[in-house]
Write a protein that binds this ligand. Structure first.
Ligand code: ADP
Ligand code: ZN
Ligand code: ZN
Length: 723
């Protein structure tokens, strides 16, 4: 017997399927991990196929040295998924397989696996053929009862023991105390569904994809839980994904309360041991509901009945680092493979998903009002240029200060949101609000401090940094953003007696940092919580009546074709934190561009109006979902080599462009916006093409680049973040 094996190594040269001989005394099956000799070393590998015969000279094929576990860690669905992802995303096979296992499993850092025991099975009578070793084992087990698998195997040999297991004479029993992640204990409440919720639950009943568009506070979580309940009662399993930052203690507690030990949690806060144990509980079918962040999409659940992606528009569903994948794509594969239901939920669906819903690819389900009948918070736009002209040069506008005073007087709570992403920044005229844009791409330019230049991240065009505003002639040009610390400082000056909490990457880095801050905020009145994107989602605090957005434009002028969409989403999400119970909430939105269409639609909660406008803009400028962006990123320590290679590949791509000239909107080669990271130089080929032949063009490009590139190459389709 011969095994097809993928070696668990990153090297490009090893990215293919190798053949090994299966020794007579080794029982193996597809999906198992094994140790194989490779050159002078022993390496880990995955069995992806078994054949009776080999096409090669059989005498030259080396044997498998050993196996790592004696069960197939990669299930058949996952092998199919691997092929699908390799084809679609052009990733290395080993790097895909790794996504399917807890990383700790590959480094052997976890102490306790499962303890396997063996005992004589109840149906066993006697051995038919005399096999000496096997008879010894039988006698031994009769005498000693249940024993450790490893002990028996060491004593009498693995082959004989597994032969007995295979015959059914000996039974394997797995026993283990699992480490379970911490969670807040909460009482189980099953709420009577509102008519809108009931309608959603009734509608979402078929094995296809639904887009659940429900405003913040419409009670989507309750709908999800009901859908999961239904699948459990049908004997199926469920997978529920939430963005990492909204994996709040509240959400976890809620699911634990509802589904008890049936839930496995997968998120970055788990220790290695916890993560591994949760994975095992899923793998062996003890946990039937998985709640987790992005990587949980690879959970080895069998018999999947439903996949839910909450806050489906969230950028964190795209893995930006290698291997780069989009959770939606994987979810769609698993939906088809399992013939199950897929639900994408959001108050602000991505333009991509909503376009698909309008095209009929997804079924649209709407929940347009809050479950408790509360009005959406009122959003008030504050023109910061006007404030400045009236002599207020502070971070906070006069109306925001008034509102904060009011909140404090009433002993209620407020959240102040600081919009910050990445390290890129734009330049803005403080007098008229002008922001420089690329003349070719209509996206904002990014200021690169080191070179003192403005750059377009899509086409690479460079511009002089602003010193005089081209629109009004002012020299008052500002660059950079205010941080959370600065805001807290200012608030202290204004309200010295009020508890002010801060939540950002710095204050939440330690384990449970999130939880402590949120718990304190929950129990303190009045209080103000200052935070970044982390406070935008999922939280449900009764006494928050005011939300202040300090500089809404920060996300608007990211040089990213999705920046307007993202701004709309952020405002809606942040605003959704206010006024969730008795009093209608208020949102003070400070901006330098009060006339931008995104603020008009956002402040009226007009998603449909916004979609129409934005989708139209994308269509006429040829951006996704109406075109495809492909970036090929080359990185290497040797700048000459990578530049040269990139150039060669570019010329090859140009040949493809000539065949499909009508399809290409854009093609160029350039240094990447961040030209050097960790001593590796980065060059890129950027292109945009229409959709009619997109897959075909893409495949041709993959092939050409594979033939011509030796440096590390990454393909990014519709990337979020161009750095
Ligand atoms: P969304 O995720 O759509 O923003 P949530 O699921 O957080 O909304 O629900 C908002 C609030 O309404 C939560 O406090 C939730 O407990 C409550 N809720 C949900 N469904 C019901 C219901 N049927 N009856 C009463 N309260 C509900
Ligand atoms: Zn100006
Ligand atoms: Zn440009």
């Amino acid at each position: 017997m011969f095994a097809k094996i993928i070696i668990d190594q990153d090297a490009k040269a090893l990215d293919k399927v190798f053949e090994y001989r299966v020794p007579e005394d080794l029982q193996v099956s597809v999906g198992e991990r094994v140790i194989v000799p490779f050159g002078k070393r022993n390496l880990q590998g995955f069995i992806v196929g078994l054949e009776e015969k080999s096409e090669y000279d059989e005498s030259k094929i080396k044997p498998i040295a050993n196996k790592i576990e004696d069960f197939a860690v990669i299930k058949p669905e996952m092998l199919q998924l691997m092929l699908f992802m390799a084809d679609k995303l052009h990733l290395k096979l080993a790097s895909i397989l790794r996504l399917f296992l807890p990383s700790e499993m590959r480094t052997d850092k976890i102490k306790e696996l499962i303890v396997k025991y063996v005992k004589i099975s109840s149906t066993f009578e006697k051995l038919e053929r005399k096999a000496e070793k096997q008879q010894q084992i039988v006698d031994f087990l009769k005498e000693h009862g249940q024993c450790k698998f490893s002990d028996v195997s060491n004593e009498f040999g693995y082959a004989s023991l597994s032969a007995l297991v295979k015959k059914g004479a000996v039974e394997v029993v797995c026993e283990k105390a699992f480490r379970t992640p911490d969670f807040d204990v909460m009482e189980k409440v099953i709420r009577k569904l509102s008519p809108l919720q009931q309608r959603a639950v009734d509608t979402i009943s078929q094995n296809k994809t639904y887009l659940l568009h429900g405003v913040t506070g419409s009670g989507k979580t309750e709908v999800y839980m009901n859908l999961i309940d239904r699948q459990l009662s049908l004997g199926k399993t469920a997978l529920m994904l939430v963005p990492e930052i909204s994996l709040t203690p509240q959400v976890l507690a809620n699911f634990k309360a509802r589904f008890g030990n049936n839930v496995a949690l997968i998120h970055s806060g788990l220790s290695a041991g916890e993560r591994f144990d949760e994975w095992q509980r899923i793998f062996f079918g003890q946990a039937k509901v998985v709640v987790g962040a992005r990587s949980a999409i690879f959970s080895p659940l069998e018999n999947l009945g439903i996949i839910i992606i909450d806050e489906e528009h969230e950028q964190s569903y795209v893995s930006e680092s290698n291997p780069r994948y989009d959770t939606h794509l994987v979810a769609e594969f698993r939906q088809k493979f399992n013939d199950c239901t897929l639900v994408l939920g959001s108050a602000t669906p991505s333009i991509d998903s909503y376009a698909k819903a309008l095209d009929g690819e997804y079924e649209l389900v709407e929940m347009p009002v809050r479950v408790n009948g509360m009005e959406m918070p009122k959003i008030v736009l504050i023109d910061m240029l006007m404030e400045m002209r009236q002599g207020n040069n502070q971070i906070f506008s006069i109306p925001l200060i008034y509102e904060l005073q009011d909140v404090i007087k009433q002993k209620k709570q407020a959240m102040i949101f600081i919009n910050r992403r990445g390290f890129s920044s734009f330049q803005r005229c403080r007098n008229c609000g002008y922001v420089a844009k690329c003349s070719d791409c209509d996206v904002s330019l990014v200021y690169h401090r080191f070179e003192d230049r403005l750059k377009c991240h899509y086409c690479g065009k460079r511009y002089k940094a602003l010193d005089i505003c081209p629109s009004c002639g002012s020299r008052d040009i500002k660059q950079g953003a205010v941080g959370t610390e600065r805001v807290v400082e200012e608030l202290h000056k204004l309200f010295p007696d009020v508890r002010i909490l801060r939540m950002d990457n710095d204050t939440t880095s330690k384990k449970n940092g999130h939880r402590e801050i949120l718990n304190e905020f929950k129990n303190t009145k009045p209080a103000i919580l200052v935070g970044t994107q982390m406070i935008a989602k999922g939280h449900d605090f009764e006494d928050v009546v005011l939300v202040g957005i300090v500089d809404a434009d920060q996300s608007l002028y990211q040089s990213d074709y999705r920046s307007i969409e993202r701004t709309f989403q952020l405002i809606t999400q942040v605003a959704g934190r206010a006024g969730r119970s008795a009093t209608q909430g208020r949102v003070i939105l400070q901006t330098y561009s009060p006339r931008h269409f995104v603020y008009r639609f956002a402040s009226n909660y007009d998603y449909k109006g916004f979609f129409k406008k934005e989708a139209n803009l994308r269509r006429v400028t040829n951006f996704p979902p109406y075109a495809r962006i492909l970036r090929i990123l080359f990185t290497h320590e040797d700048e000459n080599l990578v530049a040269q290679e990139c150039k060669v590949c570019y010329n090859k791509v140009k040949e493809i462009k000539e065949q499909y000239d009508k399809e290409f909107v854009y093609l160029d080669v350039m240094k990447a916006p961040l030209n050097k990271i960790k001593n590796k130089f980065r060059y890129q080929i950027m292109m945009r093409f229409k959709l009619d032949h997109a897959d075909e063009i893409e495949q041709k490009i993959f092939e050409t680049i594979d033939e011509n590139a030796k440096s590390s190459v990454f393909f990014e389709i519709n990337p979020n973040n161009l750095s």
